[in-house]
Design a protein. Sequence first.
Lengths: 298, 803
Amino acid sequence: MKAAAFEYARASSIEEACALLRERGDGARLIAGGQSLAPMMAMRLARPTWLVDINDVPDLQYIRVEGERLRAGACTRQRALERDARAIRLVPLLSQALQWVGHIQTRNRGTAGGSLAHADPSAELPLVACVLDAEVSVRSTRGRRALRAGDLFTGPMTTTLAADELIEEIAWPIWREDHVGSAFTEVSIRHGDFALVAAAAQVALDGEARCLRASFGVGGADATPVAFPELAQTLAGARLEDSIISTIAERAAAALDPGEDLHASAHYRRHLAKVLAERSLLEARDRAIARRAGQIRQ
Amino acid sequence: MASAAAPGEFRYIGKRRRTKEGPRFVQGRGRYVADVALPGMKHVALVMSPHPSARIIAIRTEAARALPGVRYVLTGEEFCAATDSLQIGVDAPQVRRYALAHEVVRYAGEWVVAIVADSRALAEDAAELVEVEYEPLPFVVDPERALAADAPLVHAAHGSNVLYHRRFVWGPVDEAFAGAAHHIAFRAVWGRSSTVPIETFGVVARWDPGTELLDVWASIQMPKFPDQVARALRLPGNAVRVHYDVDVGGSYGGKRGLKHTALAGYLAMKLGAPMRLIEDRLENMRGGDAHGPDRIFDMGAAFDSDGTIRALRIRAVDDAGAYTGRAPLQLGKPITAICGPYRIAAIEYEPVSVMTHKTPQEAVRGFGQSPTNFALERMMDRVAAYLGMDRIALRRHNLIRKDEFPYRIPSGSAYDSGDYHTVLDKALAAIDYPALVAERDTARRAGRLAGIGISTCLEPSGGNAAFEILFNPKNETTTWMDSCLVRIDLAGAVTGVIGTSSSGQGHETLVSTVIGEVLERDPASIRVARADSLSALPSNSPVGSRMAIMLGGAAAGAARKIREALIAIAAHNLDCSVEKIDYRDGDVSVIGDPSRKMTWDQLVEIAHRKYHRLPPGLEPGLQAKFVWEVPTGGGLPTPDGRVQMYPCYAFEAHVVYVEIDPDTARPELRRYVCGHDCGVMINPDIVHGMTYGGIAHGIGAALYEKFAYTPDGQLASGTFMDYLIPSALEVPALTIVDHCTPSPLTTFGQKGSGEAGYLGAPAAIANAVNDALAPLGTTLDTLPMTPHELWRKISAARATARS
């Protein structure tokens, strides 16, 4: 459990980090919180030749609200995002999801960008990014580009990021409707484990409790987290009766292609996907209704 | 030695006092094997077999040897020629076991090559450069399949995969089954879990060619360890010196480390350099040879309509893995409590130990008793369900009554004492059982799966390991003594010297408390030192819940000798008979004439310096040793395999409440009470701490932990990503309710408690889960009861209900 030999560089700016990534080539990897990469290196499952440390880059650690976006620097600690008052008020799904990520100790180190770049298909933050259609800003010495979270993930632990690119920022859409509710549900064997399956949902209702828009998705039940924009679209204009939600959840689960491992069969995962998608939508709906009724004060 | 006193009569025993070893651990000042750093020390890493069964065709080590910093590359060919096989617990001379594989590999993870380098990282680099060419061979990982006539043989020379098989019949089993009104039969399966201490196994060995002495610092909990290391290395016993003053970072049975130590010892001698081998987690889980029991029980019970259990038939097939040491004996210890706390007159027990191409098994907390308790307690609930009888009423009906002790069970052991009904009642009262039933029923009405589990189980303690001779007639061991040396120095300070290392059992607290009690000196002032194996009195190490009884008894015996010596000195100098001496806090006076008195310091001074004032015949200096044989020990088995094993029997009654999410099948423990009676507690905090840990460990075995194998013979759960141990978040608030029935066999009435909690928790949790499943008409008798397994049961039951 000793990492293979590697070189180490600590960047103090985004530009320096990008330059290091370009200079050091394909074997270079960024390290931020190190909560996944360090044990993978210890087991020699990951063998970077260079580690580029971005913990000292101040421009990667911020949370700010700009218009319809909550913007978080990639190196923002998960715990900071979880506890940020603006995030809790404007993008509550983030805080709801982050409570499921590892443990407080790992969230104190783990970063938002690291979770996305690691791209575990059962991880919580990538799911929320897909469900909310977050925008991911990516930097390299070649410039800056932005992509939708759904276009970032290509499979388990794989992304469309090039070897010389780093995630700079994740911009989370803020839903400004009056009656918004969101929910995150998950089944893991123990608290803090990666999800067997997780589901996230957010709905906005009008004054008559009709759905203005909805979004939901499932993690851990396919090669990437999967959001269901077309299915969610069908909810617009409807009253979100239990039966409608159940049908939508069923259809979503049927569209997934879950894998199988020691802890859960594909069959069980598909079942959980249905149960959790349904629960997250019901809970999100109920929260939106409660907000409409003024029962929840922010 | 027997003088069973109630705890109130003691001054230090049973009192909540700060533990002796706690402060240094809390301050991070423990000294573990990884803290032993010797000049010139080299590091060992291992190349493990990727195949469950294969012939080794060739090993190419040139590239590894060429790496700078690499000092040696050792293969099995050299090692097996230069050392002897490790000891096998049963009579199976053709099952030979070495630290490194030679010619064939028998499980995925088996050590094939050892690399010695200047650092562990370099050794791992070199390990990657070793090329081993294998020819894969047929393998078997299913223990029942391994019993088949055409199964691949793990050790061909042994001629079979069976290590041990015997059918014991104690009492009129056939008659009871013929005469009983009802029978049930079912299968219960205990999954391959184990102990996974935070500290993996580690050893540092140093050979001194001048004195021809091998010094060993190791993270051990192993009886007769120095002897076995010496034999493996073909050294005289006095050429191995094991240092017991190494803190052990958890063991719970598994830290045996003979193969590691033989390997490190050989390399230290070969290279003339101190050698350090500390397993990493991957080596520990795949190749550390410390998996636990992996057991299939076929249970049969014969009983009458009033709930009287008349006879049992138990067949237990246990998967020992690819090699063996003491593993098969884990089928033997439960013989000492084979009917649990119940009056059952006739028992048939058929243990079968079988080898497979899996990581070898090692001792786990309770040494096979917890799996057996799980099977027995599932049987009790199944009998109750069959009869439509309340589970508690059934237990009360069959539990041995407190006026029946000592109670001899059919397999030969006499239980010393107990008050099982009272402990059960206390546990039920503590959880408010009627309210709990109401809570469960309310949850059920709301559509949730909710269940209450109860277990009433024994913890045999004292470690009279007479199963050794039962499982190997050539091993005529009938003593498992322990000992203590107590000395008072010139300044009057008291030291207890013990001959074993500790893996968290609190022996320093135990010994200082006991000596303080006898000598009436503050335990905080008493130091407890650990000898090395050349200077130590004999010990059988802290296994089998034995140290409160055995080390406690030995420390008391030695302290009493000191007290008698002090009284003799006082009588001689105060010119009276010893009966007239009043000993108080170490000072003395003459009864009836308190002006004639001497202080502790004066007595010590005489003993150490003033021979002319010593009574005739008394040795100068103040030290005393006491070696204690296990109470009730010494007996040989009868031809039908009845023997008195463990002397003392602690009792625990668990009551647990679980809810299972009906849609996701995820179980959650909501309430937990454990009633516990281990006689007189020497230190209640230590007993409670061990019980908390034991329950957590039992929660793991019941719900989470499994060394699972893939169909192609690979360990699927070789890291903590997949081998899941309960964290603080999975362990509910635990309430422990104490009760004290002193043992009549021990110095202060104490019994053992090192396995407490673990022996009843899996049984109670399994019963709770099955109570929750009962409304669906399904059962789950296989551990661990994971969400996936629960979901399969729940969905199958629902499908059946629909059709």
